[in-house]
Design a protein around this ligand. Structure first.
Ligand SMILES: [Zn+2]
Length: 762
């Protein structure tokens, strides 16, 4: 098993650059090329001038940034005074202008269409043209047209064949270059060229005004520099024909997306899908399997380098210098990792796969493309379900990133806290399909839970009847068994059913929450405490045996259900119990049908648990000394509660450490001064201990301490940042703490009042 607790198929270790991946990648390229789904073309691509490579649309981030809109005058070529006013955010691109365009219906400019203007600084003469794509509301309604550096400009120019063919004005690293760039600007990067151009335009009186302007800037995700739209020859995959069968498959439920809400995002992208630029000008990657004939120029796509040109038999063949986008290998993964294109036994056995678990940030980079490749190359879906997890945030609610350096090292966490604590903290208490904070608090919670589980098994071990042999059958307790045994089996049954429902619905957090609550509260806290006496044998041997069987069964089955969440600890603990051959990993999953639900036991147990809880609280409030067993009374809400309390009196007395509880008739007060609480079961009373002389001072000190604590908790809750960032569990805890502190202060006030009045009467 991997340190993180994943069952990895180590003998089939694969890597995206190994020979089998190379084979699959080349095969996929050649197949699509033959089908006319890969083409080479001159396109406007997203160019990263720092990394000097084309990028796909997905690798570009768009953000609103503050800039400047410059109004320039392009003077008339015939020497008439004035000129046309052009607005631009990128004056350094004017060297690439081939026209100035206005809207055909724009009355301000109608008479100017067909006239010639001089491009400032460049000195070339270009025409004023009319085109419906111009937005008359932008600037003064006239647009400079730089077809090699703007997609809209390129479309406009394509409708005007009379224009001169544009020349590139930037080199691959984003520096100005080429015959249209004046000597003084060549070799300058975009920023330096912009500064120099603005100065020169100002000097020439051609810069009319500068206006602050907020606009969208496209930046490279990796290098963060602004993208330079650049016309270049690249390889593309035609995506629409690949996307269509996937959209159909998801619509008819052949592949299901969880949580379902993400399918909307998925469809939106798939239905507007653009061709995929797959060539990259970087060193690392699979070479594009295309060979050019030096003699006749023929381009041949082939999985293996051909010996000769198929057109002219020439042997001087040059490989394409570019490499493929790494996703072009990754999108083949579900079947390429199993040996495709060979028809292997592994493919037969394991393809299609079942569930893909991943982050939604790669929904389009990877998930959608795997689906497209699956249907295209194998005719089948690569998996039946996709589960998108949430994205972890730090405790301040920020996304984790290399840039911020706020991402903890999982190996470090595994070393210091254990792999299981890490795993459990990822599903509990944060909902796994939402973005949630992650940090020491979540890890502490997980580790405390594991300690609880460890102690539970340690408690169970001495009570395992000698000679117990697996597999354990559900103990036959029936309706005549002890209430606590019937109750814990029913609670167990309910938990198995809930965990099964949650897992089938792809809601692992719901499953983890149900298990956490059952194991911690019902099993370890309540059941273990209640069953201690039966296990000691003082209530007879049959009950002892029944209780031992129930405890062992429920603990063992809980370990099975917790195994996927905390595999290391559960495997270890399971081996401490009598267990069948092999590993817990391979043991059968508990079925809800193994045990019958027993709702009556839960209804009957409720007032017992409630009475214990209330009396314990009263004990704490009344500052009952440890070991003391004050008298307690219950005034039941009805005859049914009266019957249950009478039957379970010993359990209540033992767990709440009280004498009694005795039943009171309606309207009858406790015979001595008592503190009381009202609850659904009725009223609980605890004998009030007289305030000893000298305690007033102690109580006042205590009150001051509690008030301080309360103030701190309230301040924390009043901080909107805390409420926004802390996990809901932590906020809830703080709220409960505040309520509890208020309650305790009120109790002290009662005591103080009482002792004041008794002092006064003395
Ligand atoms: Zn040739």
């Amino acid at each position: 098993m991997h340190a993180g607790g994943f069952s990895v198929d180590w003998p089939r270790f694969r890597y995206t650059m190994d020979p089998l991946s190379t084979r699959a990648t080349r095969e996929a390229f050649v197949t699509l090329h033959r089908a006319g789904l890969i083409y080479r073309g001159e396109r406007m691509v997203n160019w990263d001038p720092r990394l000097r490579t084309a990028l796909s649309d997905l690798e570009v981030l768009h953000s609103e940034e503050d800039g400047e809109l410059l109004y320039l005058r392009y003077p008339w070529a015939d020497g008439t005074p004035g000129g046309i006013e052009v607005a631009t955010v990128r004056p350094e691109t004017l060297f690439g202008d081939v026209a100035v365009a206005v809207h055909p219906d724009d009355d301000r400019h109608r008479a100017e269409v067909g006239r010639a203007v001089v491009v400032p600084l460049a000195g070339r003469t270009v025409p004023v043209i009319a085109d419906p794509a111009v937005d008359p509301a932008f600037g003064a309604g006239a647009l400079k047209i730089t077809p090699r550096h703007d997609l809209v400009d390129r479309e406009i120019a394509s409708r005007h064949p009379e224009l001169v063919v544009p020349v590139e004005i930037f080199d691959e690293s984003g520096h100005l270059a080429g015959p249209w760039v004046p000597e003084a600007y060549r070799g300058l990067d975009r920023d330096a060229a912009r500064t120099r151009a603005i100065e020169a335009l100002e000097g020439a009186g051609q810069l009319l005004r500068r206006v602050p302007y907020r606009h969208t800037v496209a930046r490279s995700e990796r290098s963060e520099v602004p993208i330079e739209p650049r016309l270049s020859t690249q390889w593309f995959v035609r995506m629409a024909p690949l996307a269509a069968p996937v959209v159909d498959a998801v619509r008819r439920g052949e592949i299901r997306i969880h949580p379902e809400r993400w399918s909307r995002t998925f469809f939106r992208w798939m239905e507007e899908i653009q061709d995929w630029c797959i060539s990259r000008q970087v060193i690392w990657g699979h070479p594009i399997p295309v060979y050019y004939c030096a003699a006749c120029g023929e381009a041949t796509a082939a999985a293996d380098r051909p010996a000769a040109c198929p057109a002219c038999r020439g042997t001087d063949l040059r490989a394409d210098p570019d490499v493929l986008d790494t996703w072009f290998t990754s999108w083949l993964w579900p079947f390429a990792a199993l040996g495709w294109p060979e028809p292997t036994a592994l493919l037969d056995r394991y393809y299609p796969t079942s569930v893909l678990v991943t982050g939604r940030d790669i929904m389009f980079f990877w998930v959608a493309r795997m689906m497209m490749a699956g249907y295209r190359f194998t005719g089948r879906p690569p998996f039946s379900d996709v589960y998108f997890t949430g994205m972890l945030r730090d405790e301040q609610g920020r996304r984790m990133s290399k840039h911020l350096g706020n991402s903890p090292d999982p190996i470090e966490i595994i070393r210091s806290r254990g792999a299981d604590a890490l795993r459990f903290s990822l599903v509990f208490p944060n909902p796994t399909d939402e973005d949630g904070p992650f940090g020491p608090a979540a890890l502490d919670g997980a580790r405390n839970f594991l300690t609880k589980l460890w102690n539970l098994v340690r408690f169970t071990l001495p009570h395992v009847p000698p000679g117990t042999m697996p597999p354990y059958r559900p103990p036959a307790v029936g309706r005549t068994g002890a209430l606590e045994n019937r109750w814990i089996l029913s609670r167990y049954q309910r938990t198995v059913a809930e965990v099964e429902r949650a897992l089938l619905a792809f809601e692992p957090t719901r499953a983890a929450t149900a298990l956490h609550s059952f194991v911690w509260h019902d099993l370890a806290d309540r059941y273990v405490e209640i069953s201690k006496e039966a296990l000691s044998g003082t209530r007879g041997d049959p009950l002892r045996r029944e209780t031992q069987a129930v405890l062992l069964f429920v603990v063992e089955r809980s370990l099975r259900m917790l195994h996927p969440f905390v595999p290391h600890v559960t495997e270890e603990l399971w081996h401490a119990l009598p267990h069948p051959e092999g590993f817990l990993d391979a043991a059968a999953w508990p079925r809800p049908s193994e045990v019958d639900p027993d709702p009556i036991s839960e209804v009957e147990m409720a007032p017992v648990l409630e009475a214990i809880h209330l009396l314990r609280n009263l004990r704490a409030e009344e500052k009952v000394a440890a070991g003391a067993t004050p008298r307690a009374w219950i005034r039941p809400a009805g005859p049914e509660v009266a019957r249950i309390v009478a039957a379970e009196r010993a359990t209540i007395a033992r767990l709440a450490q009280v004498t009694g509880p005795d039943l009171l008739d309606a309207g009858t007060p406790p015979p001595v001064p008592a503190a009381g609480r009202v609850a659904p079961l009725g009223e609980c009373f605890l004998e009030r201990s007289p305030v000893a002389p000298g305690t007033t001072e102690t109580l006042e000190r205590e009150r001051a301490k509690l008030s301080q604590l309360l103030q701190r908790t309230r301040d924390r809750l009043a901080d909107p940042g805390f409420r926004a960032r802390a996990p809901p569990e932590v906020v809830r805890e703080a709220e409960e703490k505040a309520a509890e502190l208020e309650e305790r202060i009120a109790r002290i006030d009662d005591h103080l009042k009482e002792s004041a009045s008794s002092a006064g009467s003395r």
